[in-house]
Design a protein around this ligand. Structure first.
Ligand SMILES: [Fe+2]
Length: 311
């Protein structure tokens, strides 16, 4: 029986006013330049420096860093054999990014020559009207296939339409189920769990067909599911790795402080992006490739996670 594992965190209202705040800061930057023109004395330079630095930081975070694309590499497990897995999440097509960005993501991912591509949910930002922007995803190339899960933004208003889009696109959606892939006579399990906020996450159903010793990759949009998944899979001997998104790495970060905004989970600030371990199972938490709330990213560029799973 599905149950709710996490608490829903709605977007904070101030983030929706971000574009207005950019305009206000731009106006104050111009104002500060004009205002200090007739100034003399020791404060002129610091005030000008701070206004220029503030303006450049906001401009960079709003319009340049969101268009950068990093590849974050991990190696998990031990053994002679390995597969390369590319994981992309939180595309959030809509107000800020569209098909041209998705095309760039796809080209970059194909260039990494992954064996398997995983899409970790939150394809949409608003609603189903933006689904056509995802069309370039159909060009993803990987010999073991491309698989996707639903995120909270997909289940929120457009669950039915998103499922239909994936059905038509030929990219299998893993909603509380797993598939077994044959790799040169070797079995690999790929499992996906539904979103926990607006969907119905059912971990037991997702792992129903698991055998204890085959290598397994598990997609959980919200990392808050990871400890529950790990508890259920305790004792399995096959190499296992979890992939999550949802946090966007905080999206806007400050050095030493981490995420400026509250993260959308109750796991604590430490769980923003990177590698974590639950019951011995690694969780690779990606910073995502799109934006929600403010259009900006700062010290947290969009990223493709590229993992080498050894077994
Ligand atoms: Fe997201």
């Amino acid at each position: 029986m599905p149950r709710r594992y996490s608490r829903i965190h709605e977007l904070d209202l101030p983030w929706r006013l971000y574009d207005a705040a950019i305009l206000l800061l731009l106006a104050s930057f111009v104002g500060a330049c004009a205002w200090t023109r007739s100034w003399t004395g020791p404060f002129v330079l610091p005030v000008r420096f701070l206004s220029v630095a503030g303006f450049l930081t906001i401009f960079y975070g709003s319009f340049i860093e969101p268009r950068l694309l990093a590849v974050r590499r991990y190696a998990v497990g031990k053994g002679e054999r390995s597969i390369r897995i590319a994981f992309l999440s939180d595309l959030h097509v809509g107000p800020y990014k569209g098909a041209s960005w998705v095309r760039r993501l796809v080209d970059r991912t194909n260039g990494l020559k992954p064996d398997l591509v995983l899409l970790g949910g939150d394809f949409l930002y608003r609603d189903a009207s933006d689904l056509p922007e995802l069309a370039p995803l159909k060009r993803l190339e990987a010999p073991l296939g491309t698989y996707a899960i639903m995120g909270n933004h997909d289940e929120w208003k457009s669950g039915r339409e998103t499922r239909a889009w994936f059905e038509a696109s030929g990219i299998p959606l893993l909603v509380n189920r797993s598939v077994s892939i044959d790799r040169e006579g070797e079995k690999l399990l790929v499992s996906g769990v539904d979103d926990d906020w607006y969907g119905e996450a059912d971990l037991e159903a997702a792992f129903k067909d698991f055998t204890p010793d085959a290598p397994a990759v598990v997609m959980l949009h919200n990392p808050e599911l990871a400890p529950h998944a790990a508890a259920l899979l305790r004792g399995r001997t096959g190499a296992t790795v979890f992939f999550s998104g949802h946090t966007h790495g905080g999206q806007i970060r400050l050095p030493f402080l981490g995420s400026v905004a509250r993260l959308p989970h109750d796991m604590g600030r430490r769980f923003d992006r990177g590698r974590f371990t639950f019951e011995g199972f690694p969780l690779l938490l990606g910073a995502g490739t799109g934006e929600s709330g403010p259009r900006a990213r700062l010290f947290c560029p969009p990223e493709i996670v590229l993992a080498e799973l050894r077994f």
